[in-house]
Design a protein around this ligand. Sequence first.
Ligand SMILES: [Zn+2]
Length: 274
Amino acid sequence: MVEPIFLIKCLYEAQSMKHKSLSKWHRDRLKVRGKAARRNDGAMPHCCIPGCGRPSQAREGKGFSQFHCRYHVQWNNRHGSYWKGTYRAAELLPYRKAAERYLREHAEDKWITHTLGALDGIMRRSGPVQSMSDVMVMPPAEKARAALARMRAADVPAKRLLVVYLGVSAAVAEDPIGPGGEPGEYRRVQVAKAAHRLASGYHTDYGYERYPRSSGLMLRHLGQQIEKACEFMREYHLDAVLDLKVAMVGPLPPGPPPRFPRSRNDRQGAPRGW
Ligand SMILES: [Zn+2]
């Protein structure tokens, strides 16, 4: 006898997997473009990021944001914050080393064992590896699932994902400059970006690699799934990892004062991890 709740779950998943037809996709796109092109005179005249000076998207009739310009909205899509950039690998290295050592020393801990099982589970349940041309047109939640399937196919161990989660969470916790915005969003996006880098390429039949974009709602979904699997880590182990990092290499040195990025050519102005 099949459990009714199981049937409901299957129906719900089948519904969420349903794809739009091409004509409906085009119709929806035109509708959204029409709405985005409406000028809203009640929106902020200038972007809220200090020193930016561009008009807000809604004021200009070029998008929905009433407080930020197009450049900073796209910045937020890619990095999870309107002004903070993505952590470089060199910035994350001391936190990653501390997390690796901590996991080696506490391999028997029940919360760590449970989390490794949960991370293995989300990779195992992520379905088949999808072709990159299909991934490009998938809804964000399915793009996140496809990213996990690529990690499983590339034999990324659950321990490596846990190291990424602990390392990024420790870096965000020690960073004196907050990312603003919705609580936890920057951390989840940064975790997802670092995890996405572990296996983002797809080898095509034509002999070259294709890489999906590391931005948008997909990162929020991927970060959320990883964080849900690691839910006990921040409560029980994050402080200890941070203490270990400070014991190994010392506290974070004071960095240069932050400058807000004004354009994509303003390289010195783009704070990466600060
Ligand atoms: Zn701006």
